[in-house]
Design a protein around this ligand. Structure first.
Ligand SMILES: Cc1cc2nc3c(=O)[nH]c(=O)nc-3n(C[C@H](O)[C@H](O)[C@H](O)COP(=O)(O)OP(=O)(O)OC[C@H]3O[C@@H](n4cnc5c(N)ncnc54)[C@H](O)[C@@H]3O)c2cc1C
Ligand SMILES: *[C@@H]1O[C@H](CO)[C@@H](O)[C@H](O)[C@H]1NC(C)=O
Ligand SMILES: *[C@@H]1O[C@H](CO)[C@@H](O)[C@H](O)[C@H]1NC(C)=O
Ligand SMILES: *[C@@H]1O[C@H](CO)[C@@H](O)[C@H](O)[C@H]1NC(C)=O
Ligand SMILES: *[C@@H]1O[C@H](CO)[C@@H](O)[C@H](O)[C@H]1NC(C)=O
Ligand SMILES: *[C@@H]1O[C@H](CO)[C@@H](O)[C@H](O)[C@H]1NC(C)=O
Ligand SMILES: *[C@@H]1O[C@H](CO)[C@@H](O)[C@H](O)[C@H]1NC(C)=O
Ligand SMILES: *[C@@H]1O[C@H](CO)[C@@H](O)[C@H](O)[C@H]1NC(C)=O
Ligand SMILES: *[C@@H]1O[C@H](CO)[C@@H](O)[C@H](O)[C@H]1NC(C)=O
Ligand SMILES: *[C@@H]1O[C@H](CO)[C@@H](O)[C@H](O)[C@H]1NC(C)=O
Ligand SMILES: *[C@@H]1O[C@H](CO)[C@@H](O)[C@H](O)[C@H]1NC(C)=O
Length: 606
C-alpha cells in the first residue's frame, strides 16, 4: 500500500543538501584509510559514527548499502510508514524467511531497513526499553554488571531527548518525567493526535483494573500494565538515527564520511592472521573495493547483516563454512545461531466509526487534506504512528498449565510474556478485509519467546541473501502464550467502555474465538514475526566458549572487529528493540573509546 505517492511533490521542500554523504566511491577523498570503518549506517551505526567523531582526531567512514533518507516522505511523516514497504521503492532488503514449519509452512517477508537510519527509518517508532529483569539477565549471562538495568540508564539518557507531543496537550499522568532525559540526541514523545478510541482504552483500565491495570510509564523498569505510547517522533516527524545522530552539525564534521549504495561483502585481514583491518565492499555487486581501518572495524549491519558478513568472511561454524567452500579464519560456531524474534498476529474488530486510520485507504481526499495539514502545521492524524496509542504488557497466570512442562522464558517476574499493541488503525501486519468496513486492531505478540532460529548461508556468493529462520512458534510455549494474548484482546474489547463502538471481530477472528482448536489453527495460519531479531552475534562472558562477542562487544578469538547493533543481545528484551539497541550502541561506543585511550598501541590524537 502506498498512501502518499501522488502527494510527494508537495513535500519536496523538505530536501536539504548534506555535503559529507557520498554516493560513489570516486567522490570519496583519496587515501581510503580511516581510523574506524563502520559497516551499516543504521540505528546503532549512526550512534557510533556520531560519538566517535566528537573527537576531531578520529577519521570515520560509514559504509551503508542503501540510499539517503533525505526527502523520503514516507519515512518523515509518521503515519505514512506503510508506503515504505513497497519493495519497488528500494527501502528494504527484500528478505523472505525460509518456510516456517510451525506456522503453516509459509515463507514470510522479513523487512529490514536499507537506507540511512537503517530500520529506525522504517520502523513503527515505539520507544520501549524492556524490563529491569531483561538487563539484569544480560548482566548475569555476560558477567558484566555494566549491562544491568541500573548501569544502563546512563546510556538510555545519552540517547533520549524527551520532547513535547505535536499537539502540546497536557501530558500530566501519561508518563513519569523522572525516568526520562531531555538532553540526549534522539527524540521521544507521546502521541501528538488524540484518536477517539484512546479514552476507551483508559476507561478499560478503570473498569478492569485486575486484568488491565494502568501503568504510568512502562519504561521505568516494571512495564506490566497498560500505558501510553512513547514514540521516536519530534514535532510530528520521525526521529530516526539518521535524522538525529546525523543531523547537520554532526554530518558536517570534516572527520565523518558516509558512503551510501555501498554493500559490504567481507571483512579481511591484510596479513592472513585473525587481525581484521580491511573492509571489502561493492556498489554494483561486481566491482570490489577495499578500505583500511587502522584502529577498528565496527559491524553495525543488524541482526541479519552482521552474522551474514561474518560468515562470508570465514568467521563461523567450521563445518558449515566448509560446506560452502569458505575457509574458516575464526571458528565461532554461534555466529548466526540463537537468532530470536517475537511472533506477532494482527487481530481486528469492526467499529462503528470512520475515525480510524484505515479509513484513509477508502478516502483519498481525506488523506490529501490531512497531509496538507501535516505539512503546514504539523498537526492532525498524520503526526502519530499507525501502530497504536497504547500497549498492554501482560504475564501469563503463574498457575498456567504450560509452566508444569516448560521453564518460564521471561527474564523475571516483573517481565511481560505477552503484549497487545492497541491501534486505531491497521497496524503493520493487518490485512484489510475484502468486505471493507472500519476497524481497530490489536497486534498481539509474545515478547518473551522460547523459540530460537538462525541466520545461515545459502550460497557462497556474499551478495546473495542468507537463509533467515526466525523459527516462528517453533516452541510450544510461544503458541500457548499467543492463545492467551488473543483471548486477552477479546476480553479487553468486551469492557463496557467499548459498547456502541466495537461491533464484532472480523470473520476469521470470530471463527478463531469459538474454540481452543480453532484458535490454534488461526494462530498457526496467520502468525508472523515482530521484526525484532537479536542474538545472532550474542554477547557472552569473555572466556566463554559459546557466544560471538565478549561483554565489551569485541569479536572473540580475533582482533580489530567490534559488533555494535541489536545482534549482540543474548535474549530479546521483552519489548520492541530500538531503544535497547540505542543503549547498546551508546555503551558499545563508550567501551570502544575506553579501549582506545587505555591502549598504548593507539596514539591519542586529540
Ligand atoms: C517493520 C519494522 C517495525 C519495527 N518497529 C519497531 C518499533 O516500533 N519500535 C522498536 O523499538 N523497534 C521496532 N523495530 C525493530 C528495530 O527498529 C530494530 O531492532 C533496530 O532498528 C535494529 O537496529 P540495528 O542497528 O541493529 O540494525 P539496522 O537499523 O537495521 O541497521 C543496519 C544497517 O546496516 C545496513 N547494512 C546491512 N548489511 C549491510 C552490508 N552488507 N553492507 C552495508 N550496509 C549494510 C542496513 O542497510 C542498515 O542501514 C521494527 C523493525 C521493523 C523491521
Ligand atoms: C510543504 O512545506 C514546504 C516547506 O516545509 C513548502 O515549501 C511547501 O510549499 C508546502 N506545500 C504546501 C502545499 O503547503
Ligand atoms: C527489491 O526488489 C525490487 C523489485 O521488486 C527492486 O527494485 C529492488 O532493487 C530490490 N532491492 C534489493 C535490495 O535488492
Ligand atoms: C541474576 O543473578 C542473581 C544471582 O544469581 C539472581 O539472584 C537473579 O535472580 C538473577 N537475575 C536475573 C534477571 O537473571
Ligand atoms: C598481522 O598484523 C597484526 C597487526 O599489525 C599483527 O598484530 C599480527 O602479529 C600480524 N600477524 C602476522 C601473522 O603477521
Ligand atoms: C556446526 O554445524 C554443523 C552442521 O550444521 C553441526 O552439526 C555442528 O553441531 C555445529 N558445530 C557446533 C560446535 O555448533
Ligand atoms: C472523505 O473525506 C472528506 C474530507 O474529510 C469528507 O468530506 C468526505 O465526506 C469523505 N468521504 C467519504 C466517502 O467518507
Ligand atoms: C489460576 O489462578 C487464577 C487466580 O489467580 C484463577 O482464577 C484460575 O482459575 C487459576 N487457573 C488454574 C488453571 O488453576
Ligand atoms: C537459495 O539458493 C537457491 C539456489 O541458488 C535459490 O534457488 C533459493 O531461492 C535461495 N533461497 C533463498 C531463501 O534465498
Ligand atoms: C452506530 O452508531 C449509530 C449512531 O450512534 C447508531 O445509530 C447505530 O445503531 C450504531 N450501529 C451499531 C451497529 O452499533
Ligand atoms: C545460545 O544461548 C545459550 C545461552 O542462552 C547458550 O548456552 C548456547 O550455547 C547458545 N548457542 C546456541 C548455538 O544455542
Amino acid at each position: 500500500m502506498s498512501l502518499s505517492r501522488s502527494l510527494t511533490p508537495l513535500l519536496l521542500g523538505l530536501a536539504v543538501c548534506r555535503a559529507a554523504v557520498y554516493e560513489t566511491f570516486n567522490q570519496l577523498p583519496p587515501g581510503l584509510a580511516y581510523d574506524f570503518v563502520i559497516v551499516g549506517g543504521g540505528t546503532a551505526g549512526n550512534v557510533v559514527a556520531n560519538r566517535l567523531t566528537e573527537n576531531p582526531g578520529f577519521s570515520v567512514l560509514v559504509l551503508e548499502a542503501g540510499g539517503s533518507n533525505i526527502g523520503v516522505v514516507d519515512s518523515i511523516v509518521p503515519a505514512l510508514e506503510l508506503g515504505l514497504f513497497d519493495p519497488r521503492l528500494g527501502y528494504l532488503w527484500n528478505y523472505t524467511t525460509i518456510p516456517q514449519s510451525n506456522a503453516g509452512n509459509r515463507a514470510l517477508s522479513y523487512p529490514r531497513g536499507r537506507l540511512l537510519g537503517g530500520t529506525s527509518s522504517i520502523n513503527g517508532m515505539w520507544y520501549t526499553r524492556g524490563s529491569r529483569d531483561d538487563f539484569d539477565r544480560y548482566s548475569n549471562v555476560t558477567g558484566d554488571p555494566g549491562w544491568g538495568w541500573d548501569a544502563i540508564q546512563k546510556y538510555f539518557r545519552k540517547n533520549e531527548k524527551w520532547s513535547p507531543p505535536a499537539d502540546h496537550h497536557n501530558t500530566h499522568g501519561q508518563f513519569d518525567p523522572a525516568v526520562h532525559s531531555t538532553t540526549g540526541i534522539n527524540s521521544v514523545s507521546l502521541p501528538g493526535y488524540q484518536w477517539p478510541m484512546f479514552s476507551r482504552v483508559i476507561e478499560t483500565t478503570v473498569e478492569m483494573p485486575d486484568e488491565f491495570k494502568f501503568v504510568l510509564d512502562y519504561n521505568a523498569g516494571v512495564p506490566l500494565g497498560v500505558g501510553w505510547a512513547q514514540n521516536t517522533i519530534e514535532n510530528g516527524a520521525r526521529s530516526s538515527s539518521a535524522v538525529s545522530y546525523l543531523a547537520a552539525p554532526f554530518i558536517n564534521r570534516p572527520n565523518l564520511h558516509v558512503l551510501i549504495n555501498a554493500q559490504v561483502s567481507r571483512v579481511l585481514s591484510a596479513n592472513g592472521s585473525t587481525h581484521f583491518n580491511q573492509v571489502e565492499f561493492s556498489q554494483d555487486k561486481k566491482e570490489l573495493f577495499i578500505v583500511q581501518a587502522s584502529k577498528e572495524i565496527i559491524l553495525s549491519a543488524g541482526s541479519v547483516g552482521t552474522p551474514h558478513i561474518l560468515l562470508n568472511s570465514g568467521i563461523g561454524n567450521r563445518t558449515s563454512l566448509a560446506h560452502h567452500g569458505i575457509k574458516t579464519i575464526v571458528d565461532l560456531p554461534d555466529v548466526g545461531q540463537n537468532f530470536t524474534d517475537q511472533p506477532l498476529i494482527s487481530n481486528s474488530w469492526f467499529v462503528n466509526s470512520t475515525e480510524t486510520f484505515e479509513s484513509y485507504s477508502q478516502n483519498s481526499t481525506k488523506l490529501a487534506e490531512d497531509l496538507r495539514q501535516w505539512n503546514e502545521t504539523r498537526q492532525g492524524p498524520l503526526v502519530s504512528t499507525i501502530v497504536g496509542g497504547h500497549i498492554a504488557w501482560l504475564r501469563l497466570d503463574a498457575n498456567s498449565s504450560i509452566f508444569s512442562q516448560h521453564a518460564d522464558p521471561a527474564a523475571g517476574i516483573n517481565t511481560p510474556h505477552i503484549e497487545l499493541q492497541i491501534a486505531s488503525g491497521i497496524g503493520l501486519a493487518t490485512p484489510i478485509p475484502p468486505e471493507g468496513g472500519n476497524f481497530i486492531s490489536f497486534q498481539t505478540s509474545v515478547v518473551s519467546p522460547a523459540s530460537r532460529g538462525s541466520i545461515t548461508l545459502n550460497t557462497s556468493n556474499p551478495f546473495d541473501p542468507p537463509l533467515i529462520d526466525p523459527a516462528v512458534l517453533a516452541d510450544d510455549f510461544d503458541a500457548f502464550a499467543m492463545r492467551v494474548a488473543i483471548k486477552k484482546a477479546a476480553k479487553f474489547v468486551s469492557a463496557e467502555a467499548w459498547k456502541g463502538f466495537v461491533i464484532r471481530p472480523l470473520d476469521n477472528l470470530a471463527q478463531a474465538l469459538t474454540s481452543d482448536e480453532a484458535l490454534e489453527t488461526y494462530i498457526r495460519e496467520t502468525a508472523s514475526h515482530g521484526a525484532h531479531p537479536v542474538g545472532s552475534a550474542a554477547m557472552s562472558p569473555k572466556a566463554a566458549k559459546w557466544g560471538v562477542v565478549g561483554p565489551d562487544l569485541l569479536l572473540k578469538d580475533a582482533t580489530g572487529i567490534r559488533v555494535i547493533d541489536a545482534s549482540v543481545m543474548p535474549y530479546v528484551p521483552s519489548g520492541h528493540t530500538q531503544a535497547p539497541t540505542y543503549a547498546v550502541a551508546e555503551r558499545g561506543e563508550s567501551h570502544l573509546i575506553d579501549a582506545i585511550y587505555r591502549s598504548n598501541s593507539y596514539l591519542i590524537e586529540i
